[in-house]
Design a protein around this ligand. Structure first.
Ligand code: GLA
Ligand code: ZN
Length: 681
């Protein structure tokens, strides 16, 4: 596993003393309140460039050093940022090329943040200079434990510099323009290119009908942003930096392929802002859990929760107050899934600006007797109980394929359902079906190995790339259980349709050919009913997409209940080599996945860590250390739940329980409660 291990679980968050330099008494009070809350780490200087370099080439780092010193004296470490996430006015005035250009060709004016061109030599030069200077001054400071590179890199730039860089990237990827024409199928609508010089990004008012172009643009943007990031890191290293680096990733983020990006960070970190209390809590928890597990799976290592909100999140459509206990549950959920930290945005609420009403550990009120602050103190206490979990593993027998490039392709492909393909939701159904049995789940992309997993689900894998079909063949041959769904193996990595039958390269493994796919309007549905003699007993609804298949060697377990394809296969199983391959033909409801996956796990002898079935809304996740495992049990159901786990008799030690929870002859959890059991291995 390896990866970056800190001395303890990190607790803290983004801190912006640069907004309070005229108020030394506030800085003093902040430190007192941080210590009281058991905060041990802050992220500093993320948006402080104009304070750090008030005029071009004139650095002022003294104020920062004083703060780092003072924090250090008080036992608080620093995750020091490079400031490229927002720039001073003078920088944009002196070098207008640093401002980002939108997909319609318009150049942004100075303002907001994250508004930079990631190709601009001027921007790269200025970032390099300040990063190097920061590293030279601060990396050796004992209070600095890591580097926070920029902030939430996101979106695209379409400026002339980026467009030229894209053409350069294309020239390297393809041997000739003829090859590009073939791979992008440009004969369609007479869009054949005569030379690389004609290639432009998919701009709003330009060429946005070639799917191969769109995919390569997304790959280029990923590479270009990674390149920008790596230059930031190089600058730190040239300034003598030796501490680990990270950059904060985001929720459900599509723009850049994070599996690729993650190869270049020392530790993955991400920012988590679920809309708690909007819908059923258990669904929000499941969705959030999948994000945590995706982040953990990027490097197969513990990650850091870099930001989360202690109170209401002011940029969401409704700034909902967190109900009592929610903060604890959300914070410990991250730790359960492999986070070695709980960090917030922000330590102190800003006085003005865009985020003045964003939740914070310390309110404008500024005293330690408010509810949010008290709950932050409790989370600080909780983490002290969980120290043993620091940098322990989360191991999984089952994996769900979640591939960025597939997502790019499936959502842009034009048909079969431009109203929504629901790729992420489809992945979530498979994920949830495993999780509801208390199993740890890895998320893998098509480049990852499938070795070591017992069951792999590959929902809506429209694109096959990176030799995925060969991995699947071997996986099944050697005895694995593989689940594929409708709309899989349809195109190659350039979005060119597979000829002579789909799923491409796997028809014999699946024992069928998918023939046609019926798309349903919103509100329409079909039914899945058991085939004669099938082990599947229930009846389920399906929506959105119904794949029709011709089974060759596969056996039907369920058939459609309606329509002209009534009675034809809707779920099949095929034996291949030592293993089995299932094909789910339609976008079935969650309970279908739950029942199917429960059956498949039972067949494979895979069980969750607890001896009892899990009540609805209860999450179980296991972290594993060298000689002990830690079972996190959390309640996201509407009310109290009971689990018949006899803690002592079954050999568990309770290392943590929420104040109102009981863990003795049985486990009793109130809403949002957590219990963590330890078992010596
Ligand atoms: C993002 C940013 C932070 C802050 C928070 C507010 O995650 O990284 O700087 O704006 O959102 O929720
Ligand atoms: Zn640009």
């Amino acid at each position: 596993m390896d990866g970056v291990k800190f001395d303890h679980l990190l607790y803290g968050g983004d801190y912006n003393p640069d907004q309070w330099l005229e108020h030394p008494e506030i800085l003093e009070e902040d430190i007192r309140m941080m210590k009281k809350a058991h905060i041990n780490t802050v992220s500093l200087g993320i948006f402080a460039w104009s304070r750090l370099e008030p005029q071009e080439g004139v650095y002022d780092f003294d104020w920062l050093e004083k703060i780092i010193d003072h924090l250090y004296e008080n036992g608080i470490s620093v995750n020091l940022a490079t400031p490229s996430g927002a720039r001073p006015h003078w920088l944009a005035d002196h070098y207008p090329e640093v401002l980002r250009v939108n997909a319609d060709g318009s150049r942004n004016m100075f303002g907001v943040r994250h508004n930079h061109c990631y190709t601009s030599p001027a921007y790269r030069r200025k970032v390099r200079a300040i990063n190097q200077a920061l590293a030279a001054r601060f990396d050796s400071h004992p209070g600095v434990i890591m580097w926070h590179i920029s902030n939430e890199y996101g979106q695209d730039c379409y400026c002339p510099l980026c467009r030229e860089a894209f053409r350069g990237w294309m020239r390297e990827r393809y041997s000739s323009i003829d090859e590009v024409n073939r791979k992008w199928c440009t004969a369609f609508w007479s869009h054949t290119y005569d030379s690389f010089d004609q290639i432009e990004p998919p701009m709003l008012h330009g060429e946005n009908s070639i799917h191969g172009l769109y995919l390569d643009w997304r790959r280029f943007v990923t590479d270009q942003v990674i390149d920008f990031y790596r230059k930031e890191v190089d600058a730190l290293k040239d300034g003598g930096a030796k501490k680990p680096v990270t950059t904060n990733f985001m929720y459900n983020f599509k723009d850049y392929n994070y599996f690729r990006f993650a190869q270049y960070v020392d530790v993955v970190s991400w920012d988590n802002y679920p809309t708690w209390h909007k819908g059923p809590e258990a669904l929000t928890a499941m969705d959030t859990a999948m994000q945590h597990d995706t982040m953990r799976s990027l490097k197969n290592q513990p990650f850091l929760l870099m930001e989360s909100c202690p109170g209401p999140t002011n940029w969401q459509s409704v700034s909902k107050l967190k109900r009592p206990g929610m903060l604890e549950a959300a914070s410990l959920q991250a730790v359960a899934h492999g986070s070695d930290s709980v960090m917030y945005f922000q330590i102190r609420k800003g006085r003005g600006g865009f985020e003045k009403f964003h939740g914070a550990v310390i309110d404008h009120y500024g005293k330690d007797d408010d509810r949010t602050y008290r709950e932050c103190c409790e989370v600080g206490q909780d983490l002290l109980c969980l120290e043993e979990c620091n940098h322990t593993d989360v191991k999984a027998d089952v994996a769900v394929v979640y591939d960025w490039e597939n997502r790019w392709a499936v959502e842009e492909s034009k048909g079969p359902r431009n109203k929504g393909m629901f790729y992420k939701e489809t992945v979530l159904k498979s994920y949830a079906a495993f999780r509801r049995q208390g199993l740890n789940v890895d998320l893998v992309d098509m480049e990852k190995s499938l070795d070591g997993y017992r069951i792999v689900a590959a929902p809506m894998l429209y694109m096959f790339r990176a030799g995925f079909e060969k991995k699947v063949r071997k996986f099944v041959e050697l005895g694995g259980t593989f689940i594929m769904t409708y709309w899989s193996g349809v195109v190659d990595e350039n979005d060119l349709c597979v000829l002579r039958g789909t799923p491409g390269g796997l028809m014999d493994v699946m024992g069928l050919r998918s023939t046609e796919i019926d798309a349903l309007y919103d509100g329409e549905s079909n039914r899945l009913i058991p085939a004669e003699g099938s082990r599947m007993a229930g009846e389920y609804t399906c929506r959105n997409l119904c794949q029709l298949v011709d089974a060759t060697t596969a056996e039907s377990l369920m058939v459609y209940g309606e329509e002209f394809y009534q009675g034809t296969s809707a779920l099949t199983v095929n034996r291949y080599g030592e293993g089995t391959a299932y094909y789910v033909c339609a976008d079935a409801e969650q309970s279908f996945y739950d029942d199917l996956y429960r059956m498949l796990c039972a067949d494979a002898g895979i069980r969750g860590p607890l001896s009892c079935p899990l009540p609805e809304g209860v999450e179980v996740t296991t972290r594993e250390g060298r000689n002990a495992e830690f079972i996190f049990i959390q309640n996201y159901a509407g009310g109290e739940v009971k689990l018949p786990v006899s803690v002592k008799a079954e050999g568990y030690e309770v290392i943590f329980r929420s104040r109102e929870a009981a863990a003795d002859e049985e486990i009793i959890l109130q809403r949002f409660n957590t219990v963590v059991l330890k078992k010596i291995l």
